[in-house]
Ligand binder design. Structure first.
Ligand SMILES: [Fe+2]
Length: 264
């Protein structure tokens, strides 16, 4: 407090090596060990911040993490690999924090320039996570969530041989959750429509093994799309960004409109 009053504290914040200054302020005995549980909590906290940025992505990161985790476990990934997949799911859209809401929530088609900005979020995700040591090992998986097997995805246009199984699983989980929720440019889809749409992309753009696992898990009711769970996604107390109606449940309205895969 004394330092703050004299201005010394604020001067420190302006120093070039801010990280060292901040570390120096933290008493050694207060240092926290980054246990796996604490890292999970940290990832979950960031997921809530990311999802809160737009009313259209309410609980999206948690939904992707849940679906990816279930598919990974079903396909026999090891426990550490499943844990990494969950963290990658929770953090995959962290790059969106660097994007303006005028683009994220735009109700109409994006211009070519806006599309480039939107697509930058995947690159930003990779860059951010690569700089945070405990999450560096999931940076690549998280940054690949819009890549597609045929090389038509972004940001790098990676094709099948460059996409590992966790990256493929995360892409499937992201598409599943995104199609299940309303977006500013399209309505939510019903669960059977979501699965039919994803099946038609199986093997070409989306990993067959992961889509088959998803379908199996849905049939066993171990995974459910948001239109089925509805209010469980936490959107019932929100006002619809498109109609202004309140309360709003994504997926309740507009289900029969033509749906586009444009920006998933
Ligand atoms: Fe994304």
């Amino acid at each position: 407090m004394a330092e703050a009053r004299t201005g010394k504290f604020w001067k420190r914040l302006a120093e070039q090596d801010l990280a060292t200054s901040v570390w120096a302020l933290e008493p050694a005995e207060r240092a926290l060990v980054a246990t796996p549980e604490r890292l999970d909590l940290t990832a979950r906290a960031f997921a809530r911040i990311i999802d809160a940025k737009s009313p259209y992505t309410s609980r999206h990161s948690e939904g992707v993490a849940r679906t990816a985790t279930a598919i990974g476990a079903y396909l026999g990934l090891s426990d550490p690999a499943v844990r990494d997949l969950r963290r990658a799911g929770l953090l995959h859209d962290i790059g969106k924090l660097g994007l303006p809401n005028t683009i994220l929530d735009k109700p109409g088609p994006l211009t070519a320039e806006e599309t480039l900005v939107m697509r930058r979020h995947a690159t930003l995700t990779g860059e951010i996570l690569a700089r945070v040591a405990p999450f560096g090992n999931v940076a690549e998986i998280a940054a690949n969530h819009h890549e597609r097997l045929d090389g038509s995805g972004y940001p790098r246009g990676l094709s099948e041989e460059h996409l590992d199984l966790p990256s493929r699983i995360l892409a499937v989980a992201d598409v599943f959750d995104a199609l299940s929720q309303e977006r500013p440019y399209r309505p939510a889809m019903l669960l059977d429509q979501v699965l039919a749409t994803m099946s038609s992309d199986k093997g070409a753009r989306l990993c067959s093994e992961s889509v088959d696992a998803l379908i199996e898990l849905v049939s066993k009711k171990e995974i459910g799309g948001s239109p089925v769970k509805g209010p469980a996604l936490g959107a019932t107390l929100m006002r619809s960004p498109s109609s202004g109606r309140y309360p709003w449940c994504p997926g309740r309205a507009l289900r029969n409109r033509k749906t586009s895969l444009r920006k998933i």
